[in-house]
Write a protein that binds this ligand. Structure first.
Ligand code: KG4
Ligand code: ZN
Length: 355
């Protein structure tokens, strides 16, 4: 009988003094590689795929092809920026999921091959867990939360509130039942004729507008779950109605519309966070994901520090958006616990924290 050989490379002696992790992230439309020495980021290279802009959203097949073109130069650049030879690497960490299957397969296959070639351990990483553990990257400019804390990941693909009891002990308290919050920003922006991704542009215009100019109804969703698809429809009908009365409505009111949309989305997020704090008794809140850049949510969190006594945490922006450094910090934490993966491991498009 033949068995498929699926080795796990476990170093005989873990060299705890010189741990170098190469991390690879390819779950959506960013190809990224990073090198970490313990918790410190030596390099974090991100190739953002511009091709999707002309389609107004990520096209999975194009993303996968672009990852194939980018992965070798991005890894090369990460190693050379870090001034590390691949022979010095202790392990390779990679995003196993969740994400687009075609995109994940590129990073997974690359990481598996390199780990086999170099005969060093392979470490699989859950992308959502990595967004949260990005807070533990060594960075003098930001504070690190203490356990337990509430992690809220807000991005173009996800909206999730998680109770974080320890590095590898997390419980999902709520998530979006339909669109992610970043999608709500991007789709609203598209209705206003703004280019993709529209989130940053809504934010920019919102800062010059009146957030109470146009009230939008907030969705009623039980517990700590979210829903953003109804808001998008409400905005669409509102704009269609107003344009019928005044064809220049968007142009004349752009700042007020953006401010009103942003205010509604921020209120939806803050309402759920307040509920989560009340339910758990945990008032340390750490956010991550691309939408963490939003000035409205940052301001609301700062206000909650004063009005509700919360402690809030936002990582450096390059560790909020999709990046390999956050995969690397999980790789490092797993390396210390010898949580290695077999080379038979496969990508997992649907991969829930804790599954
Ligand atoms: O985490 P990310 O870079 O990629 C993933 O989706 O995983 O997040 C991108 C999302 C986009 O939807 C983008 O519009 C949104 O983050 N975004 C913002 C802002 N900056 C980025 N949304 C609102 N305000 C911003 N300042
Ligand atoms: Zn992400």
């Amino acid at each position: 009988m033949f068995y498929l050989c699926t080795p796990i490379f476990i170093p005989n002696l873990l060299n705890e003094d010189n741990i170098f992790i190469l991390a690879i992230e390819s779950s959506c439309d960013d190809t990224s590689a990073a090198v970490l020495s313990h918790r410190k980021v030596l390099s974090n290279v991100v190739a953002t795929q511009q091709i999707h802009e002309e389609y107004g959203g990520v096209v999975p097949e194009l993303a996968s092809r672009a990852h194939q073109q980018n992965i070798v130069p991005v890894v090369h650049q990460a190693l050379s920026k870090a001034n590390i030879d691949k022979k010095q690497l202790s392990a390779i960490a990679f995003t196993r999921g969740p994400g687009l299957m075609g995109s994940l397969l590129v990073g997974t296959s690359f990481a598996k091959s390199l780990s086999l070639g170099l005969q060093i351990p392979l470490i699989e990483v859950n992308h959502m867990q990595a967004h949260i553990l990005a807070h533990f990257i060594e960075d003098e400019a930001t504070k690190t939360p203490q356990f337990p804390f509430l992690g809220m990941t807000i991005s173009g693909g996800h909206t999730q509130i998680v109770l974080v009891k320890d590095y590898f002990d997390m419980e999902i308290l709520g998530e979006s039942l339909d669109d992610a919050v970043g999608e709500a920003f991007d789709k609203s922006a598209k209705l206003l004729g703004l280019p993709y991704p529209g989130g940053p542009l809504i934010d920019k215009n919102a800062q010059l507008g009146n957030p109470k100019a146009f009230p939008f109804t907030k969705p009623r969703v039980d517990g700590l779950n979210f829903s953003f698809s109804g808001l998008k429809t409400a905005i669409l009908y509102f704009i269609q109605r107003e344009i019928k009365k005044n064809p220049d409505f968007i142009h004349e009111n752009l700042n007020d519309i953006c401010a009103s949309i942003q205010c509604t989305i921020v209120e939806i997020l803050m309402d759920k966070l307040k509920k989560a704090v009340k339910q758990t008794g945990v008032s340390q809140v750490a956010i991550g994901g691309g939408v963490s850049a939003n000035s409205g949510i940052r301001k609301a969190l700062k206000n909650a520090e004063v009005s509700h006594g919360w402690r809030t945490y936002v990582p450096k922006f390059e560790y909020c958006t999709d990046n390999a450094a956050m995969i690397g910090i999980v790789g490092y934490l797993k390396f210390k616990e010898k949580q290695f993966s077999a080379s038979s491991i496969t990508a997992k498009a649907r991969y829930t924290i804790g599954s």
